[in-house]
Design a protein around this ligand. Sequence first.
Ligand SMILES: [Zn+2]
Length: 288
Amino acid sequence: MPGGPLVPFTREEELIAGCARAFEAVDPEFARQFSRLAEHGLLDLMSRPGKAAGAFQVHLHASGLPFVFAGGVGRHEDLLTVLHEGGHAFHALACAADPLIWNRHPPIEFCEVAGMGMELLAAAHLRAFYDADTCARAARHQLEQLVLFLPHAAAIDAFQHWVYTRPDEARERAARDAAWLAQHRRLCQGVDWSGLEADRAALWQRRLHVFELPFYYIEYAIAGLGAVQLHRRALAEPAAAVADLRRALALGARARLPDLFAAAGLHFGTDRSAVRRAAAACRELLDL
Ligand SMILES: [Zn+2]
């Protein structure tokens, strides 16, 4: 983040208490739910020797409670990870009472609206960790990251289509890098990569999805288009935005993806007009 690295916390208790305050500012019920998970020992958020890397939320169906796993070491990004996984946990709790287990597994695109949306909503309320100026910087940075992420996700998706439709060419290292660079140059413009060409060519290798989850990345872009709408709406009418979000989360998998977006007061779409609408929202929120 511009202005130097931040060290918002050093202990798990600080991280939990500060995130609970951020969730409280979005909606007090989210804070109560998060604190309940902490009381039940369902937040394992810090790194330690021998612990696996990564972060996830998993729904424990027998108890009806979610468990959040992360590997925090005190970075700003670790804090965002907990806000994101917290969004997934609230989603799990919202549909936990559905008697059919598969209805507690909503479409992944909407799950990520809950995760990415909560990052944006809560990132504006980090006063437990930062002073007011740094909070404003963090909230802006969060939105800027989303703006950079959307074309990056499109490049990863386009690259995967190339890999899986031209398998013979994709076996060649130089051809792979060239194909990736072509997509990245086409879609991710406006960043100066001078002197970092080799890093740019290897950038696709940072995405686990390319290796393990074919064609599963565009979901994050679809969710990002929803998350920015949610953020914008929550600034204009916070109570209605959160109430509609809760209603949509509670539907679980009992509605189609466009209907889940609609229930949350969001437009579903990936066409030019949907991207244009999201870009306009970002521009407005960033005051550009
Ligand atoms: Zn997620």
